[in-house]
Design a protein around this ligand. Sequence first.
Ligand SMILES: Cc1cc2nc3c(=O)[nH]c(=O)nc-3n(C[C@H](O)[C@H](O)[C@H](O)COP(=O)(O)OP(=O)(O)OC[C@H]3O[C@@H](n4cnc5c(N)ncnc54)[C@H](O)[C@@H]3O)c2cc1C
Length: 375
Amino acid sequence: MIGAGIVGLAAAHSLLLAGNSVRIIEQSEPGTGQSTRTGGGIRLAHGSEINVRLTQLSLPTWLSFEQQFGIDPYYQETGHLFLSSKDGRGLATQADLLKSLGVHCDVLSNEEISLQWPELSSMNFSIGNYCKTGGYLDQHRVVKGFAQTVRAGGAHLELRTRVEEVLRDGDRITGVHTSEGSFTSETVVNAAGAHAGVISALAGLEIPFVSRRHELLILEQAARVPEGIPWLIDTDRQVHMRPDGSGRALLGGFLGYDDPDDPDDYDPALSERWSTAVREQASQSFRLSRPDSPVREGWAGLYPGTIDYLPVLEQSMPGLVTAAGFSGTGLMHAPIVGQIVADLICGRSIDGIDISSLQSSRFDNQPTVAELTGF
Ligand SMILES: Cc1cc2nc3c(=O)[nH]c(=O)nc-3n(C[C@H](O)[C@H](O)[C@H](O)COP(=O)(O)OP(=O)(O)OC[C@H]3O[C@@H](n4cnc5c(N)ncnc54)[C@H](O)[C@@H]3O)c2cc1C
């Protein structure tokens, strides 16, 4: 397993449960890639069937995480309210998709939103899609839960060890060469997050992975953002906000910026430009905080994606499985992705989901962007 992010750890967990021996090679420490830089978001409300299915199949693990992994993930159910001031066709399409997949989704007018959440009555959108299932958890605690469990289950963790070469015998991948020596394996799993493109290139594959830099910040308690409101997403202006306990709020959003960045050379610090712009936009969109609401902390990270924003999940060649490119959904999808990786390696059928659309061969043609409600 290359990478001890949430995807590599979840895959290791499922492989151990299936009776395999597992070695995880991680250049740093578990979770120090992108998995602990998230907003902790878990949601059923997506704009593509594959993403809805992946979260539906992962949700039971998140809801029973403490029983399975011995650590309370502090899951908070907020639900999600997707908002638009336009004619609402985009949100109507999302609502139809969600309903067809059995996901609760109420299409609400501005008046209905005000009636349900009087705290939101100053907002002025023409339509909102409210999906009550979903919320956020503490990503540090779930990484810790997975890491502890795979260690206890017998996985070998080679930390501070960097994969530098992928070994092959003819067409078959047979192991890796690292900064600490070589390891052979029946199967190598590329779960290297934002570095998945480097690993696939070492194996001689050309998969168009792209990492895009995104920022988050938390407003101080003084912002007094009410508890009990849903996670708010202004889909027109690409800004979102959720309560973060005791008056604090988490703010994020693309704000029209979605630039590729270099995983070895991106700035992980909150930028003043984005911090100013996102507080300004959130105050205009949601009317709960102010442009000068004080910032408690903020950070930047990479959405480890592909050119069409969907992941690659496949047996890429004999001896190599790829599970990477999850963009803004890698945390929420990790439990079922781990299970699918184990199924691929053990030659078992994959139940409940068709992952053929996640094969890298889709890039042989011009792929279309199927997921339009990412945030
Ligand atoms: C600001 C922000 C907010 C986000 N919010 C959410 C959210 O709310 N919900 C959600 O589901 N997702 C969210 N995401 C996306 C999520 O962070 C990723 O999809 C997810 O973390 C991907 O997990 P991973 O295990 O694939 O990658 P990572 O966690 O990055 O793990 C990959 C690991 O591979 C290791 N590695 C790489 N190359 C090598 C090598 N050569 N040798 C050895 N080890 C190597 C790295 O050190 C790293 O630890 C967010 C991302 C960002 C940046």
